[in-house]
Design a binder for this molecule. Structure first.
Ligand SMILES: Cc1cc2nc3c(=O)[nH]c(=O)nc-3n(C[C@H](O)[C@H](O)[C@H](O)COP(=O)(O)O)c2cc1C
Length: 150
């Protein structure tokens, strides 16, 4: 059984809606042999990351960067997981109201350092997530989970 880890910082209903749509896509019954584990970013540990085969990261944009919660989680796991998780697929979703470029750049930089492989386009949402936005989140979860199918 493969494992997809969803690491998220979810401080609001809009972020929660995106998170739930990602989980729904990742747990679609057509995706077989993939267990989905969710972790709040502030509780992330290196073993969570080492024991997973692929990742979805979710964050709001705060002060021009990813949330402090997700940054903390990635700080905690970075060196323990460096060189042990290279080549694993990942995707990411972002919620902001003024601009998420810095958050996207930060995720790209850290995942490049870890050697993770971007396996779906980033999903970026501003304001209340529309039906299309939530479908894009669903697709994100399903796409990264499907990558892990044998
Ligand atoms: C301290 C703080 C800083 C923020 N900085 C940004 C920012 O740089 N860019 C942005 O797009 N949104 C920013 N926001 C808005 C958050 O991204 C937004 O509150 C979050 O995505 C949740 O969305 P919601 O409040 O519409 O539910 C900030 C919010 C807070 C509380």
């Amino acid at each position: 059984m493969k494992r997809l880890l969803i690491v998220h910082h979810t401080p609001s209903p809009h972020c929660q809606a995106m998170f739930e749509a990602v989980v729904s896509g990742a747990t679609d019954p057509e995706i077989e042999g993939v267990e989905v584990v969710r972790r709040a970013a502030l509780s992330l540990s290196p073993s969570d990351v080492l024991e997973a085969d692929g990742y979805v990261l979710g964050t709001p944009a705060n002060l021009g960067y990813m949330s402090g919660g997700l940054k903390h989680g990635l700080d905690v796991i970075y060196y323990p997981c460096l060189d042990s998780t290279r080549g694993r697929p990942f995707g990411a979703y972002f919620h902001g109201n003024e601009g998420t470029e810095g958050a996207e750049k930060g995720i790209t930089s850290i995942t490049t350092g870890l050697g993770w492989v971007k396996s779906a386009e980033y999903v970026v949402v501003s304001g209340k997530p529309s039906k299309d936005d939530l479908e894009a989140c669903w697709e994100l979860g399903a796409t990264v989970a499907a990558k892990l199918m044998a």
